[in-house]
Design a protein around this ligand. Structure first.
Ligand code: MRU
Length: 369
């Protein structure tokens, strides 16, 4: 996608220093476009923990380079094992992280130590290229879904109203995004899409990142407080909800940013289709019951007791919005049971959020899990 007319991916290799990888510091977006250099496993671990990079697919892609950096330093079997374990622990809910690291380890284990570093960079590059192709494919399948909805619009309906939660755009993946990919394609094709952007407290990925992405691409959108979705649905203002996800279980339960479950409940009550867009790397074939089995990241209470913004000099600042000493809890994700999900949108097309639906699209992956 483009920033000021220049095409970017969310992670890329330096043109002259092949051992350096660049990312945008997402803790500074949209106020400042800060491009960071990553050269060590520690820098990657810090970027993931501090959410300089975030979004399930991007976390996996950047972690893959983290493993390549580690191979520069210690390509031995124990070095590989240790780096893999450390990187997998940086964030607990997004399964793409473990998927990417397991893929890297599988590609490197059988190689002699001396060739592991180069092979690791190559594998991480391939993983990134695949992420772009996969998301583009999700976008194409989603576009067909949107076109179908638009073809069945109400008489006089002027726009297709789509609600999304958190940020599942290009900045959350290597490019395109998952839930936003079909939105970009629909807009580019002239479909009159309009997006309700959930603010997504406490970190405001909607207000900061999704609104920024959509604005830069010229997609009409309106920011709403997280609690507005149910009201909008009751009044016929939402034709479809589409979100990304951090982990989907083999039976189709969906972990995503906290608040997603409430949107799915409201959508169910109002007969609004609730779709989830994902690359197959987000499916955790080892887990069945998402509510009981998916680990939910608990983040700092400060994210709830404070809000971020710019001070009067335009510098990023955080302001307390609760009484001093107020105790806050901060579960970062929730799980939407498969029964509330209208369908899953993947790189191989759409399917029911169920064991049989996923197995129909991914017989090869079910087998090897
Ligand atoms: O905590 P974050 O910002 O990493 O959470 C991101 C989300 O919940 C996204 O919806 C999800 O990773 C899908 S991104 C394509």
């Amino acid at each position: 996608m483009k920033i000021d007319g220049i095409p970017y991916r969310s992670v890329w290799r330096d043109a002259t220093d092949p051992r350096c990888v660049h990312i945008f510091d997402q803790t500074r977006l949209p106020w400042t476009i800060d491009i960071l250099d990553l050269r060590t496993q520690d820098a990657v671990a810090h970027a993931i923990r501090s959410m300089q990079v975030r979004g399930a697919p991007l976390i996996g892609a950047v972690a893959a380079y983290g493993l390549a950096f580690a191979m520069n330093k210690d390509p031995s079997d124990s070095g590989l094992r240790k780096a893999a374990e450390e990187l997998v622990e940086t964030r607990p809910t997004a399964i793409n992280l473990r998927w990417a690291i397991e893929r890297m380890v599988a590609a490197l284990s059988a190689l002699p130590a001396a060739s592991r570093a180069q092979a690791a960079y190559d594998e991480a590059d391939a993983l990134c290229d695949e992420d772009v192709a996969v998301n583009e494919s999700i976008g194409r399948h989603g576009l067909a879904l949107f076109e179908d909805l638009w073809a069945r619009r109400r008489p006089g309906q002027e726009r297709l109203n789509i609600l999304t939660h958190c940020n599942a755009g290009w900045i959350a993946t290597v490019d395109w995004g998952t839930a936003l990919a079909p939105i970009y394609m629909a807009h580019d094709k002239g479909l009159p899409v309009h997006v309700w952007v959930d603010e997504t407290r406490p970190r405001n990925q909607g207000g900061l990142l999704t609104a920024w992405e959509l604005g830069a691409h010229g997609v009409p959108h309106t920011l709403v407080a997280d609690n507005a979705g149910g009201h909008l649905m009751q009044h016929g203002q939402v034709d479809l909800v589409i979100v990304g996800t951090d982990r989907v279980t083999r039976q189709g339960d969906v972990a995503n940013k906290i608040g997603t479950y409430l949107k799915a409940l409201a959508a169910h009550d109002n007969n609004v289709p609730f779709w989830v867009a994902l690359p197959s790397s987000t499916i955790d074939w080892r887990v069945t019951d998402g509510v009981r089995e998916i680990p939910i990241e608990e983040r700092s209470p400060d994210e709830v007791t404070h809000v971020g913004g710019l001070d009067e000099r335009g510098h990023p600042a955080r302001v307390r919005v609760t009484p001093q000493g107020t105790f806050a809890a901060n579960p970062a994700f929730d799980v939407t049971p498969a029964r509330l999900v209208s369908g899953l949108l993947t790189e191989r097309g759409a399917c029911e959020a169920s064991m049989s639906g996923l197995a129909r699209l991914f017989p090869d992956l079910v087998q090897s899990a």
